[in-house]
Design a protein around this ligand. Structure first.
Ligand SMILES: [Zn+2]
Length: 311
C-alpha cells in the first residue's frame, strides 16, 4: 500500500496513553502493512519503551522483551541488530533507528517468522506466519465485502449482515409496509423485527437447518401477532389487493407448504369448489344416475309423510 503523504507537523493520538503528539517526533516509523494508514507505529515512543519494560520484567530478559514487542508491533527482530545495540541504555531507540537502514527497512515480523524465532522458549516460524496471513486475508475479504454494502442498509438494519441478507430484509420490509401503511412507531419496531426473523428463517431453510427454521417460523408468528400486523390482503387494506395477490405474496415470502394456516390457501381461487359444484357433481349424476344436489343451492322437496300409504 502506498505510504500516504502526511504533513510535516502532522499529529497523532497514541493508542495507549491517548496523548496527541507530533507524529514524526514521537512515533517510530514502520513499513508494516498493519499501520499503512500513517506509516508510523500506533503507540508513541514513550509507550513503546514502557511496553518493552513490562515484557522485560515478565521474561527477565531485555532480548526476549524486545522480541516479544517486535512480535506485537510487526517489527523485524534480528539478533544481529540487537547484539549491536544491547549495551546502550537507549537500546530500544537505537534498535528501531537501525530498522530504517536499507537492508532492514522493508522487513517485518513476517521475515522473523520466515527465519524462525524463539521467544522465551517458544518457537515461532512459518506455520505461525501462514496462520497470520490467513487471518489478514480473511480480514481483507471482510473489508471488501463491507465496502460493497449500502451504508443506508447498515444504518437501518445494523452491521454484520451479508449483502443478500440486507436484500431479503428490504424485500420483506416493503411487503409489510405496503400491508401496514399506517403502522405506528411501535408497530414499525415489530415490522423491523419480523424482517430480521424472516431473513434468518429463509437462511435456515436454504441451509437445511430445519430446527432453526421451525424456531424462526414460531418466532415470526409471535412477533407478527404481538405487533398486530397485517399481511397483504388482511383487513382494511384488503380492498387494494385481490386474493390471488395474497396467495402470490405468501408463496413468495412464506411458501404455502410452510404457511401456518394451510387450509386457508389450499384452494385460494375457489377453482376446486367450482369444479366440485359444476363439473364433478353433475357428471356423477349423469354417469351413475344419482340425484346429488348442490349442497347449498337446491330446492327442498317435501318428503312424503310416513303412514300416508296405509290410509
Ligand atoms: Zn503513548
Amino acid at each position: 500500500m502506498p505510504r500516504p503523504m502526511l504533513e510535516a507537523n502532522a499529529v497523532y493520538t497514541c493508542c495507549r496513553c491517548r496523548e496527541t503528539l507530533e507524529l514524526a517526533k514521537n512515533f517510530y516509523r514502520t513499513t508494516s502493512e498493519l499501520y499503512s494508514d500513517t506509516g508510523y507505529m500506533p503507540v508513541c515512543k514513550n509507550c513503546f519503551t514502557k511496553i518493552v519494560d513490562i515484557y522485560s520484567m515478565k521474561y527477565g530478559s531485555q532480548r526476549e522483551a524486545m522480541k516479544r514487542a517486535c512480535m506485537a508491533f510487526d517489527i523485524y527482530y534480528s539478533d544481529e541488530i540487537f547484539d549491536a545495540v544491547e549495551d546502550d541504555e537507549a537500546f530500544i531507540g537505537k534498535y528501531l533507528k537501525r530498522m530504517n537502514m536499507t537492508q532492514y527497512r522493508k522487513k517485518t515480523f513476517d521475515n522473523s517468522l520466515d527465519e524462525g524465532i524463539n521467544i522465551a522458549g517458544v518457537m515461532y516460524d512459518k506455520k505461525a506466519r501462514n496462520l497470520r496471513d490467513k487471518i489478514l486475508a480473511a480480514e481483507k475479504e471482510d473489508q471488501k465485502r463491507e465496502a460493497e454494502l449500502d451504508p443506508a442498509d447498515i444504518k437501518k438494519w445494523g452491521a454484520g449482515f451479508a449483502k443478500e441478507d440486507y436484500a431479503e430484509m428490504n424485500r420483506h420490509y416493503t411487503m409489510l409496509k405496503s400491508a401496514n401503511p399506517r403502522a405506528d412507531g411501535n408497530q414499525e419496531n415489530y415490522i423491523m423485527d419480523c424482517c430480521r426473523i424472516k431473513m434468518h428463517q429463509l437462511k435456515a431453510s436454504r441451509e437445511g437447518r430445519l430446527d432453526d427454521f421451525q424456531k424462526m417460523t414460531d418466532l415470526y408468528t409471535k412477533t407478527y401477532k404481538a405487533g398486530n400486523l397485517k399481511s397483504v390482503g388482511d383487513g382494511a387494506v384488503a380492498e387494494d389487493f385481490t386474493y390471488g395477490v395474497t396467495a402470490e405474496t405468501i408463496e413468495k415470502y412464506t411458501p404455502a407448504e410452510y404457511y401456518k394456516n394451510r387450509e386457508l390457501y389450499r384452494d385460494f381461487d375457489d377453482i376446486g369448489k367450482y369444479a366440485e359444484r359444476h363439473i364433478f357433481r353433475p357428471l356423477k349424476n349423469i354417469i351413475f344416475g344419482t340425484r346429488d344436489k348442490d349442497p347449498d343451492y337446491h330446492v327442498i322437496e317435501e318428503e312424503p309423510v310416513g303412514g300416508d300409504e296405509d290410509e
